[in-house]
Design a protein around this ligand. Sequence first.
Ligand code: ATP
Length: 252
Amino acid sequence: MDILRTENMTKRFGGVVANNDLSIGIPEGEITALIGPNGSGKTTFINVVTGVHPITSGKVYFKDQDITGMEINRISRLGIARTFQKIRLFENLSVIENVLVARKSFYKSGPLSVVLGTPSFRKEEKENREKAMELLELVGLEDNAYDSPKGMAYGLRRCLEIARALALEPQLIFLDEPAAGMTRDEFKVIMNLMMILKEKGITILLVEHTMDFIKAVADWVYVLNFGQIIAKGTFDVIEKDPLVLKAYLGED
Ligand SMILES: Nc1ncnc2c1ncn2[C@@H]1O[C@H](COP(=O)(O)OP(=O)(O)OP(=O)(O)O)[C@@H](O)[C@H]1O
């Protein structure tokens, strides 16, 4: 079953058709990759589906519910999380606080209980800290919990961004270039993390340029070029597709 599907989704920015009539299905519990040359419309796909940009035409369904045009916070509350190509962190907060802030929608205590520090609030705070720590362990950042993210290596900052997205307890997560700029070791950590998330039943859609990464983790691949799907299938199938080779390598 597809956890998310788009039907004839089109997104225009003025005269630019960034997504052209895309009907894409993301199978539940699997890892799907969206690839394509620069400017082919991959990030736009994520932005439209997660409610960052309004759709021009077409439909988006999450677990068969029509979420077309739904407001961004409502979409995330349904169980869809994402990371950004450009990492977004709270630089003045510690690593664990960055995760706790992302969990704020789970807090039930009202502002008064927070100010008074009531037992129910303290219990909730403790549970959230434990949950945040579990997430940091999952992404390999447990030893950095009380550090500032400011001076951290790029790969670790990416892992923190993923922990923040996971703090929303999503069923579906969109990862925009998770392996970009990573060292070989960081790359292995992220690859391993993909497998752990899959084992936990979280569906992943990733946008990536690193072909080794896609080959290693993706169950399915969609290839975009100029906003349109030019191929879909397993990595082994699409890597031999003449249209894909032409899109990446040019006419010659
Ligand atoms: N906010 C925007 N306003 C105007 N045009 C945009 C906007 N966002 C994207 N575009 C245009 O839409 C097209 C698709 O861009 P998009 O960023 O989705 O591609 P991409 O495949 O993610 O590229 P990359 O691999 O370089 O990140 C491009 O022509 C881009 O210039």
